[in-house]
Design a protein around this ligand. Structure first.
Ligand code: FE2
Length: 406
């Protein structure tokens, strides 16, 4: 396959891309086709595929069942989900997950990291999601939604989930009964990750409490264990409420530890600040300052129509759009480069940079949009013309024709 005349990642020059045997073979100018398949993109934008580095596929598409989360708090979300999960079946969980993955694929997502609630002795959701791994390059995180030390048999449950075949181990230290349990839960999962050679992704300090300080514990463990960039701290919304002197100290540790951070702008703008009157906090981590301090930050979608978030369409452009507003990453060059938050930065979070990116010799995974740069794409939401995975076109969209009569 030869793709002609594309702006690769906003490059003002156009280039051609030749794909052979599912691999990027050559990137350059005026290339000749080696087979019959030629896409003349005529100056369109080519990006690496989107990555959703944080979503919950087990809960997706359950909003309103058994009730809508009318208060909009995280804690009501957990309460409603704990009722809903009593009625889960493997079949319907698989169906909802596949429906969501197809939607995500239609918007250019090719890689997904999904958390799956493992505080369920029957492991219904985990068994279901282990069976949908063929539909997408999917990492599963054993996520103890109701705690590790604060939930009956929690330590064994997460260990069992690891042995069942998850890729990543999670925790939720701010939800444990007390700080000691939170710290112990982090130490426990680091031991598990070392023993079973797994990645770590923690729901960390997702609360507007400035005293919720498990991030410093997780970063210290990542640094001292040497796990470093195999560790991710998700949400970390308490960082939006920490004082600046403390953040100054914390930032040094975060950079040294080399951990990844995931910000989920859609959900945390919605859930955050719910206990405030005014001024009302944004409830987001300090994405802009983290990036300025060389800490890797990716954006996730987190929830798609579930007890925590009533909306969502599997489209990373929504996360970027909300996120750059809410974290004030709105300089022209920041907007132009914001695709990195759900592409190259996400690849670092998922530890997949060895087979991700627009580079000769890597698997031919890319997106072509019906516009010339990402600033225009984010503003105008032009069609995803092609999503190409391992050299195969997996999504193709014909541009819509809109007639305006006035
Ligand atoms: Fe989450």
């Amino acid at each position: 396959m030869l793709i002609k005349n594309v702006h690769i990642e906003n490059d003002p020059e156009v280039k051609d891309v030749r794909i052979e045997n599912g691999i990027f073979k050559t990137i350059g100018k005026n290339l000749e086709a080696s087979d019959d398949v030629v896409i003349d993109a005529n100056g369109k934008l080519l990006l690496p595929p989107f990555i959703d580095s944080h979503v919950h596929l087990d809960a997706t598409l359950t909003a309103g069942d058994p009730e809508w989360n009318e208060t909009g708090t995280l804690f009501d979300g957990i309460r409603i989900w704990s009722e809903r999960k009593q009625t889960l079946t493997k079949k319907e969980t698989k169906e909802r997950a596949i429906q969501t993955l197809k939607k995500q694929a239609s918007h250019g997502i090719q890689f997904v990291r999904s958390h799956v609630d493992t505080t369920d002795p029957s492991f219904t959701a985990l068994e279901a999601l282990l069976e949908v791994k063929d539909f997408m390059e999917l990492q599963l995180v054993a996520f103890p939604q109701e705690g590790i030390l604060s939930f009956k048999n929690g330590k064994n449950l997460i260990k069992q989930a690891v042995e069942m075949g998850v890729d990543v181990i999670g925790a939720i230290p701010h939800f444990e009964f007390n700080r000691d349990y939170g710290v112990d839960s982090l130490k426990y999962i680091v031991e598990l990750a070392e023993k079973y050679d797994k990645l770590i992704d923690v729901h960390c300090d997702e609360i507007d409490d400035p005293n919720s300080r498990h991030l410093e514990v997780l970063a210290t463990l990542a640094y001292e264990s040497g796990l470093k960039n195999k560790v991710t701290a998700s949400h970390t919304t308490a960082m939006g409420s920490y004082n600046d002197a403390y953040v100054y100290k914390l930032m040094r540790l975060l950079e040294m530890s080399n951990i990844n951070m995931v910000c989920n702008p859609l959900i945390n703008m919605h859930l955050g600040g719910r206990f405030d009157t005014y001024p009302k906090r944004r409830g987001l981590t300090r994405a802009k300052e983290l990036l300025e301090n060389n800490v890797n930050v990716s954006f996730g979608e987190d929830d798609i129509k579930d007890p925590w978030y009533p909306m969502g369409d599997g489209n990373m452009l929504d996360s970027i759009h909300m996120g750059i507003h809410a974290t004030q990453l709105m300089g022209y060059s920041q907007i132009m480069n914001s695709y990195n938050l759900t592409t190259n930065n996400g690849a670092k979070t998922l530890n997949i940079t060895d087979h991700y990116g627009i580079e000769v010799g890597k698997p031919a995974n890319c997106l072509i949009f019906n516009t010339d740069n990402f600033y225009n794409e984010l503003n105008e939401r032009k069609e995803l013309l092609y999503s190409i995975h391992n050299g195969n076109v997996i999504v193709k969209t014909e541009p819509a024709e809109i007639k305006t009569n006035f």
